[in-house]
Design a protein around this ligand. Structure first.
Ligand code: ADP
Ligand code: ZN
Ligand code: ZN
Length: 732
């Protein structure tokens, strides 16, 4: 190391499952590595990408035991002070190692040990003025659709946007190019340039909401915007966004996984004369990193993205919108288990800016926050277009035969709407052919060898697959227990329902929407485009269909199974069922055609279902909140779940017992368990839970700080995999 003077000590967050940072020596004494920038360090035998947390550290270790960092990876910090502060808070709140938390927040391309500043190429398309003779022929549907999108607005459209919206676009784009109607251009970066479009005149209720929002001005003002589906919440966000953009501040717009639809992006793109960064699943790692860099540089005026976008650096941030704030996909379910809505709230508070949480079916936590005036509560109880909310009615299927999951009255309703030339959406939250294979003679049910769960039938019943561990096999010809050949498919999933509907309505075009049917890239987009154009009349799908989509001719929504949500070990199951039913119901009758919704149930008298149907989501939520208060469950109590799993059945239980013994239970903090997880064995590992409950957060978090320090040292810790889940969303 001759000639190089090793500098002062740095504390570096390294992506390993250990709490706290690690100390290294800086490379240079005069020109210090900035806080928030990435460095390459040796950790044990590995080389890892870490992030500098502090400089000028007084290390507990003597200098001669410290290693120098191997390299600096950035010229400017990847995390600014604001974001680093947010992530330190989040790592502390969720009791997750800071190095892993920071790595989760980084775009994948920046987690690698490269100083990659090589700009990615960003393709775009723009319209070329041309005489009408070159227009595509009438039946070239996709070409017309693409041309429409490319011609709206004055700026080129990103190739990635067209891909996300339409799926396979290579051939039609080439055809348009050959006709001289469009040309390819290189966009300057990963951002898209939107164009100012016209805004509709607000309804009275929207105007009221907008005035309330804007009158409160800058500063931390959380608002819950509760508006029925179609009430025009997006328009309300847009007005507030316009104010913020006019003040030269940035807007962060979060949407759930399935809510980040091309329609939403298109709406914002044709509305604001602003540069927009989109973080959706169709973008490559390189593009995502480019959006991140552009946002950090302050070049992106609007960033739209899913959960992890909450960690986008935005130096001019002036507003956060969380659309569909109740959505479960905002909570990360493994690793760094943060909740993006809650992190967004903290971020807004830290930046002292407004935040709007919008939903037709707010989470009970958010309603409670509105009740106790932590959030302002604005309501849009009617649809913006004046269309009526569809009536929701039940079909009692007790002792009714089902054909592929469908009762006769349900089929009759579907037929009526199809005959009228309208669209029908059939919703069942279970993919595959049927949820179980059973022996008619002895009652045997095909189990997964590695999980405490039955196997799901797929491929028309030919294959068995486990939805928990992915194991699969061919369906046996006879019962392994009694030898009978009378094996029957129990219940129905999307595949079976779609099959039954296809044979009943052979002339109607049907599309299935579930993880299996839209696995291929672009498939979901092209299927949705066919629904939007009216070609597809019948939709069968899982919750993938629940939100965001706005189809004018959709007049009937059929929900095949709501009973699962009424009887579940998970205390949030009823809330999720009510949200889902309300959301799917909101898909019907969005325009001038009146809609209706039918639910199949075996429990028409169930009090929660009854309340939902008679009083709507609001009445349901009031009753559910009262029940939660009674049981001191969230939002009236705070939970933390300690999970443990191992190859053997005893270790998780033993570890959790040791863990429980380190907690001082008292009247403000209770330890529930350890108990086996509801599905005890998954993928060959046995799982157990220990739940901490407290009536105050102030008591729970010190206990968790203590836990964080002692758990890894417990004798049983080495025999299990364990994790802490703060504010767990499901207890499964
Ligand atoms: P939400 O997000 O609450 O479900 P949207 O913002 O998507 O509702 O609006 C639903 C529909 O109503 C959209 O087609 C939208 O263009 C339309 N819309 C919204 N506001 C108005 C308005 N003020 N006047 C006319 N149409 C509106
Ligand atoms: Zn049998
Ligand atoms: Zn399994």
């Amino acid at each position: 190391m001759s000639g190089v003077e090793i500098g002062p000590t740095l504390r570096v967050a390294v992506p390993v499952p250990l709490y706290g940072g690690f100390d290294y020596l800086d490379l240079d004494a005069t020109d210090a590595t900035p806080i928030g920038s990435r460095v390459l360090v040796r950790f044990g035998k590995r080389r890892l990408v870490g992030v500098v947390l502090e400089t000028e550290v007084k290390s507990d270790l003597p200098r001669e035991r410290l290693r120098p960092i191997e390299a600096r990876l950035d010229d400017a910090p990847v995390f600014d002070d604001e974001l680093l502060g947010l992530l330190r808070w989040a790592a502390g709140y969720y009791h997750h190692p800071i190095g892993e938390a920071l790595a989760t927040a980084l775009p994948v391309a920046l987690r690698r040990a490269k100083t990659d500043q090589t700009p990615n190429r960003h393709r775009g398309w723009q319209a070329v003025p041309s005489d009408t003779a070159n227009e595509p022929v009438a039946h070239a549907k996709r070409q017309h659709e693409l041309l429409d999108v490319i011609r709206t607005g004055v700026h080129p459209v990103a190739h990635s946007h067209l891909l996300a919206r339409f799926g396979s676009i290579h051939a039609p784009l080439k055809a348009l190019e050959r006709r001289g109607l469009i040309e390819e251009v290189d966009l300057p970066g990963a951002l898209e340039q939107g164009s100012a479009g016209t805004a509709p005149a607000l309804t009275d209720m929207q105007r009221e909401a907008v005035e309330q929002l804007i009158s409160r001005g800058e500063g931390f003002h959380p608002t819950l915007l509760e508006g029925v589906t179609g009430s025009g919440k997006t328009e309300v966000y847009c007005r507030q966004m316009a104010e913020v953009l006019a003040a030269n501040r940035q807007v962060l717009f979060l949407a759930p996984e399935i809510g980040l639809t091309p329609q939403l992006i298109e709406r914002l793109r044709t509305r604001f004369d602003a540069s927009i960064g989109v973080l959706h699943s169709q973008r490559s790692d390189g593009e995502r990193a480019d959006v991140w860099r552009a946002a950090r540089a302050g070049d992106a005026d609007i960033v739209i993205g899913t959960r992890s976008a909450v960690f986008t650096p935005m130096p001019r941030l002036g507003l956060i919108v969380v659309d569909e704030e109740h959505d479960g996909s905002y909570k990360q379910q493994d690793g760094f288990r943060y909740h993006a809505r809650d992190v967004a709230l903290r971020r807004a508070q830290q930046c002292d800016i407004p935040i709007v949480l919008g939903s037709a079916t707010p989470a009970l936590e958010s309603l409670h926050n509105a009740d106790r005036s932590r959030f302002a509560h604005l309501k849009l109880p009617e649809r913006a277009t004046g269309a009526a909310m569809p009536p929701v009615r039940v079909i009692d299927i007790r002792s009714r035969p089902l054909l592929g999951g469908l009762s006769d009255p349900m089929l009759a309703h579907i037929e009526r709407h199809l005959t009228a030339g309208n669209q029908v959406m059939v919703f069942i939250n279970r993919r595959g052919y049927a949820p179980a294979l059973s022996c008619h003679d002895c009652g045997w049910i095909a189990p997964c060898e590695r999980c405490d769960a039955p196997l799901t039938l797929h491929g028309g019943g030919a294959r068995l697959q486990c939805h928990h561990c992915g194991a699969h096999q061919n369906t046996p010809a006879q019962c392994p227990s009694c030898g009978s050949k009378q094996l029957i498919a129990l219940g129905a999933g999307t595949e079976r329902v779609a099959g039954a509907l296809r044979s009943r309505f052979p002339d109607v075009r049907l599309a299935r929407f579930d993880r299996d049917s839209v696995a291929r890239k672009g498939r979901l987009e092209s299927q949705l485009a066919d629904v939007a154009s009216g070609e597809t009349q019948l939709l069968v799908g899982t919750q993938m269909l629940a939100k965001g989509h706005d189809f004018a001719r959709l007049t009937c929504v059929a929900v095949l199974d709501v009973d699962g949500g009424l009887f579940s070990a998970d205390f949030r199951a009823a809330e999720h069922m009510a949200q889902l039913v309300t959301q799917v119901a909101g898909r019907a009758g969005r325009s001038d055609l009146p809609g209706e919704v039918w639910l199949q149930t075996r429990h028409p008298e169930h009090p929660l279902l009854h309340r939902l149907l008679s009083g709507g989501y609001d009445a349901f939520a009031r009753a559910a909140l009262a029940e939660r208060r009674e049981a001191a469950l969230p939002p009236f109590g705070y939970l933390c779940l300690l999970r443990a799993e191992a190859q053997d059945i005893q270790s998780p239980q033993a570890f959790l017992e040791q863990a429980a013994a380190t907690i001082h239970s008292d009247e403000q903090i209770a330890c529930w368990g350890p108990v086996p997880a509801p599905m005890q064995r998954r993928a060959g590992r046995f799982r157990a839970h220990l739940l901490l409950h407290s009536s105050t957060r102030a008591r729970l978090h010190p206990a968790l700080d203590h836990w964080q320090r002692v758990l890894a040292e417990l004798p049983g810790a080495r025999r299990v995999r364990w994790s802490i889940d703060v504010d767990p969303q499901d207890l499964l």
